[in-house]
Design a protein. Structure first.
Lengths: 414, 414
């Protein structure tokens, strides 16, 4: 028996549950819908006409009038690097025009410029820099986000980034889950000694992170010239021994076998996959690994997009995330990511919306808690000023979200 | 001698004048800048430190503190179809996946579905539908926009659309200039009789539009299967006799010679040009015709982008506009269009910003009035919440504009 509802959200032109069993079509849409919440969790969804007949409310229950808007689950951004110091707007044009890594580095840019600035920043500074970025996520509908470390690349600096992520999660409404990404790049001190750096990650960083419970996931940039499949396997397996789920960069620029590795280590998610083999993604599918695509990065860098349809044809679960980061995609708007998915990757609007909600939750191992509006899950709810859910990707480049409810609490309104 | 200033805008981290002579680089950037306005026109720009020494103010002068923000000219969107009735979100996924015109029409979509809905709407209804769209333009920094007719396709319905454009321009802050686009499509009543429809456009619609002074420009969709180069020439030359400047759809899907026609008729602008020959654009350049690119349409439809660099290499002036319309690009955000220009068309950030300001003004024949912040021009000014102007295209998918000043009047603030 549910607790009596303490929040009712009424008068929703459409309620998009993202649960086919609860409404029409693959998104489970309820026309003229309503939703009831108790103690931050959804306890009822259905047609508004049945709300007062079916739901018991407590005396002090609040009511939010949806005003005919569309209600949908809060977005889940399962891949971001939003904690960083420094700024890289000058290399943007260079990168987009295909400048080499060397040219960018010579111009003072590249990931190591972010590493340098991040190492020089304190936890307080990193939190202060990240706060407006997370606020922008919230305003655009993201209620849960993953945040990676990986711009520290020393034990102390990686711990510092993860401490900043923790503080960030505790001091504003967006739920933050940290991903330890010490193996994001080879720091200058270890040039030519990648295995020695992997030793440091595995033997020193991972235990330090795990003992402090500073991360939920472990990541590695498995890529030609960075970490090989064998090195990535070491990092991910060591992470598993410390209880961290694998969620990592695979087959972004070169076909290296990252998708196959993700299947082998039973990762939560393999991300990017621009160059993944569909057979590799089929193996991921067979063991339930989510394929996370980041079209904003291809857009920003002017690269070909991931072959989403080939992956979908394997039956794989495809999530979409922002990859929000200062070098390869300075964009946090998952509504626009949906438009990219439809316009550029030929996903259906339904697949795109599931990609930033339920499938994003799967990519973070949180599918029992968030990502859809099913009784029992947390009430992370967006109200969007659109005539119907299709406008979320169709009417693009603008922000349709006008209210954000996190765990049953109204945390943003405009 | 200027009138004493009645408005001062101070404390601008950067003032981007878009006039190289007035500051640094191709954008004429003034660090720590300020601007003075009298009777809606810029009378002075320069370093804030010299403002009070150099500018005479009237007693009741107002001051806006820029708070360190970036100031830049209001955006000029020189190509939109934002007046329409009906809704086409259902065909979006079909189009992006490459459905044929026939399949889309069979599913109830396509331009003729917009024509049907627009014919059924009154002027009041069209204005009411367009008003929130123009508001969204304003919020994203567009202070002047072109609006086309072309969903009526009868004399009465084209006049109705243009009357709606006029009313729209008179009842909200964004400056609206109408483009008569009766030759946008062949209406069903004229199927197989395109020349007869061109007769109607030339002999009946154009005089009716011109006598009522309802349009500043004349447009035609010069495209395979729609209007040939010869038919387009007839429309544009007839428009010229009525004093309407040519500004038209050229070489969008097929290389037809639209660019060459634009040069021949001395158009203000030829638009789209996805398939234009660089030699044709070179001819445009030689006679001062602006090349207007609409990357949002390529993005939305999943088509290859216009070869902007080849056009720029001819020395042509390249403007950027939104093409905001319900079928092929439901997106009004020129900040995002800049990002597309850089990431996808390899334009420099400077070229992109000029494309939506000064070059957009050229495409509308308004370069003496708007598009840059030069003393003598109207004060259409944006304040953007960014550390520097490069963030306008670099930090993408969000709206950086926080204040909009139109003709010296603060018309939007958030």
């Amino acid at each position: 028996m549910n607790a009596p509802a303490d929040l009712l959200v009424t008068n929703l032109g459409e309620l998009v549950t993202c649960e086919p069993a609860l409404g029409e079509g693959p998104l489970g849409v309820i026309k003229n819908g309503a939703l009831a919440v108790a103690e931050g969790r959804v306890v009822w969804v259905g047609p508004a006409s049945r709300l007062h007949r079916e739901v018991v409310t407590c005396a002090e229950a609040r009511e939010i009038d949806g005003g005919g808007r569309v209600g949908l689950p809060g977005f889940v951004d399962s891949h971001t690097h939003l904690i960083f110091a420094g700024s890289r707007e000058h290399e943007y044009a260079l990168r987009a025009r295909g400048a080499s890594y060397q040219e960018i580095a010579a111009a003072g840019g590249g990931i190591l410029s972010t590493v340098k600035a991040t190492r020089a920043a304190s936890v307080d500074e990193l939190v202060a820099l990240a706060r407006p970025r997370v606020r922008t996520l919230l305003e655009h509908g993201t209620t849960t986000t993953e945040v990676k470390s990986g711009y520290g690349l020393t034990t102390a600096d990686e711990l510092k980034m993860l401490a900043a992520a923790k503080r960030l999660g505790e001091t504003q409404p967006v739920e933050v889950h940290a991903n330890f990404c010490g193996a994001h790049e080879i720091p200058p001190e270890y040039t030519g000694r990648t295995d020695a750096y992997v030793d440091l990650v595995v033997d020193e960083m991972l235990p330090a992170v795990a003992e402090r419970r500073l991360a939920r996931y472990v990541d590695v940039f498995c890529e030609d010239g960075v970490f090989s499949v064998a090195q990535a396997r070491r990092v991910l397996e060591a992470g598993a021994r410390w209880g961290l789920r694998a969620k990592f960069h695979a087959d972004e620029f070169v076909t290296l076998g990252g998708a196959e590795l993700a299947a082998e280590v039973r990762a939560l998610s393999a991300d990017h996959l621009l160059r993944a083999r569909p057979e590799g993604v089929a193996r991921m599918k067979a063991v339930g690994v989510t394929a996370t695509l980041l079209p904003g990065t291809a857009f920003f860098l002017g690269l070909p997009y991931a072959p989403a349809r080939a992956f979908l044809e394997t039956g794989a679960r495809v999530a979409l995330a922002s990859d929000f980061n200062p070098g390869s995609s300075m964009g946090p708007n998952l509504q626009l990511v949906m438009t990219m998915a439809v316009s550029q990757m030929k996903m259906s609007p339904e697949e795109a919306l599931l990609g930033v909600t339920l499938h994003g939750a799967h990519a973070m191992g949180l599918e029992e808690e968030i990502g859809s509006l099913r009784p029992g899950k947390r009430c992370d709810l967006l109200l969007a000023d659109v005539p119907n859910w299709r406008y979320l990707s169709y009417y693009y480049g603008v922000n349709h979200v006008s209210r954000v409810i996190k765990r049953g609490r109204l945390v943003y309104e405009r």
